[in-house]
Design a protein around this ligand. Structure first.
Ligand code: RIB
Length: 321
């Protein structure tokens, strides 16, 4: 197993300031998954026991963690990724995509298992169904987090999702440097320890994730879900509402933020782009409402193009030059 040191990093394993003034900080450190997305377009996503014919197979770089890192870097954030990929062609595809976007990949571990793979079907409405084989993502261990203490110490915001082991996410929450902010998108959803929930600022959920976490106690709508989720410990909560935008809650606000209307082509990765944009702008000191207002524009732009990382906009495309 090796660390990825091929991108011109300094002796510490991380990029150093060109002027020798010391190590750079990161606007955003993403700790999460990296998958090769194997995508097939279909007229209709298959039901249980059904076989459908689809388009030619396309392979895109994806994974919720890798997607967030590319989305943030493309918007202009100084971004690093802590992840694990296999020593294989899919791993190289993912590293190339990160580097092309300007992400610092010094924290990407290579080897131990094949790169994660996501099997994705996309229908004409742009909706998808996804099955993930975690592969190397499942081997990103708490020890890897402890070994990357230097990387964590340089991050203003740390963003995690649940395509890596929950114990690893819990270690991130436990070792988060004081002053750094933790953003968690619990996708795919799993029962969350109270100390992880309490560290979130914000917890970012869609309807499915909110209902999973709240179970039978889930109220009738996003306002009720947000209040109930705040009661579990996060300082702030963001409920994403697809084409309707998002609801933000906490710090004395509970407010809906509308999304621009767009013609959806492929929703894959749009939530990742939203969360990355939100996390970055919160780290820049914006309010939750303002950061979510930017993030809904980024998410909306991402659904107008195919694929995940290829679909993510630059800042100037969302009116933020
Ligand atoms: O959120 C979209 C991502 O989910 C895809 O890129 C796929 O890899 C799965 O992780």
């Amino acid at each position: 197993m090796t660390l990825d040191h091929e991108n011109g990093v300094g002796p510490t394993g991380y990029d150093d300031c060109a002027n020798g003034a010391g190590p750079i900080g990161y606007d955003l450190l993403v700790v999460g998954s990296a998958n090769a997305d194997l995508v097939i377009g279909v007229e209709r996503r298959p039901a249980a026991g059904e076989t459908v014919l689809g388009s030619d197979l396309v392979v895109h770089p994806g994974g919720k963690g890798a997607n967030q890192a590319v989305a943030a870097a493309r918007l202009g954030a100084r971004t690093a990724l802590l992840a694990r990929v296999g020593d294989d062609a899919h791993g190289r595809l993912l590293l190339d995509s990160q580097r092309a976007a300007g992400v610092d990949t010094a924290g990407v571990l290579v080897g131990g298992a094949p790169t994660g793979v996501a099997l994705i079907t996309v229908d004409p409405s742009g909706d998808n169904s996804i099955v993930v084989s975690p592969g190397a993502n499942a081997r990103l261990a708490p020890d890897d987090i402890r070994a990357a203490g230097d990387l964590l110490a340089r991050a203003r915001v740390v963003s995690v999702q649940l395509e890596i082991p929950l114990v690893t996410v819990a270690e991130v929450a436990r070792t988060l440097p004081s002053g750094a902010r933790l953003v968690l998108n619990p996708s795919p959803p799993a029962p969350l320890p109270l100390d992880v929930l309490a560290a979130c600022d914000p917890l970012v959920v869609n309807e499915h994730e909110a209902r999973f976490i709240l179970g039978e106690s889930a109220g009738p709508g996003p306002e009720e879900w947000a209040q109930a989720l705040l009661g579990l410990g996060p300082r702030t909560v963001v409920v994403t509402l697809g084409a309707e935008g998002a609801l933000v809650a906490g710090d004395g606000v509970c407010e809906r933020v509308a999304s621009p209307r767009v013609e959806p082509v492929d929703t894959t990765g749009a939530g990742d782009a939203f969360t990355a944009a939100l996390a970055w702008r919160l780290g820049q000191g914006e309010t939750l409402v303002a950061a979510a207002g930017f993030a809904v524009r980024v998410g909306a732009a991402a659904v107008t193009r195919e694929g995940a990382q290829e679909s993510f906009p630059r800042a100037e495309e969302v009116g933020d030059a």
